[in-house]
Design a protein around this ligand. Structure first.
Ligand SMILES: Nc1ncnc2c1ncn2[C@@H]1O[C@H](COP(=O)(O)OP(=O)(O)O)[C@@H](O)[C@H]1O
Ligand SMILES: [Mg+2]
Length: 143
């Protein structure tokens, strides 16, 4: 049972910044050191920016579970599903394959966000919801 939950609506760039800094504070409050809390903030920012770029709109939820000593960062959005999660997590790839280098500047992203999320989190899970929408969950264990 999570003992504290916070939610942030994500619709635009400024929401990404707020969620990131609130994520850092949330982690510090629950005993994470500054370095790990900052890594959690990076993950929140990457997932939130993906909501803005690819997922239309959504929500970041932070869930602290005092029994397991874990924070779950959930990124919910209403946009299209991720076609292939394995490809999407590969640096320089979108969810269908390699990103054309000629498009990198124009598209505003290197295709490295989910790779960074996967490396920084202790665990990452992707789930599609019945009736549309999806959730990416990144776990952080206090240590
Ligand atoms: N919330 C999302 N909704 C739909 N597709 C997504 C979402 N997040 C990521 N993706 C897909 O996964 C790919 C890789 O994401 P990422 O590594 O963050 O790269 P970038 O955001 O630079 O494209 C994206 O290009 C997109 O195809
Ligand atoms: Mg991204």
């Amino acid at each position: 049972m999570p003992s504290e939950t916070r939610s942030f609506a994500i619709q635009g760039r400024s929401d990404v910044v707020v969620a990131g800094s609130q994520g850092r504070r949330f982690a510090v409050r629950h005993g994470f050191d500054v370095r790990r809390a900052t890594e959690l903030a990076i993950v929140v920012s990457e997932l939130a920016s993906n909501i803005v770029k690819h997922g239309v709109r959504g929500e970041i939820r932070l869930l602290w579970n005092s029994e397991t000593g874990e924070i779950a960062v959930e990124a919910h959005d209403v946009g299209p599903p991720i076609h292939d999660m394995q490809l999407a997590m590969t640096d320089g790839y979108d969810d269908r394959g390699p990103i054309d280098p000629a498009l990198i500047l124009r598209r505003g992203g290197l295709g490295t966000g989910l790779g960074a999320v996967a490396r920084l989190a202790d665990r990452l899970e992707y789930r599609e919801e019945e009736g549309g929408g999806k959730v990416l969950t990144a776990w952080f264990v206090a240590r």
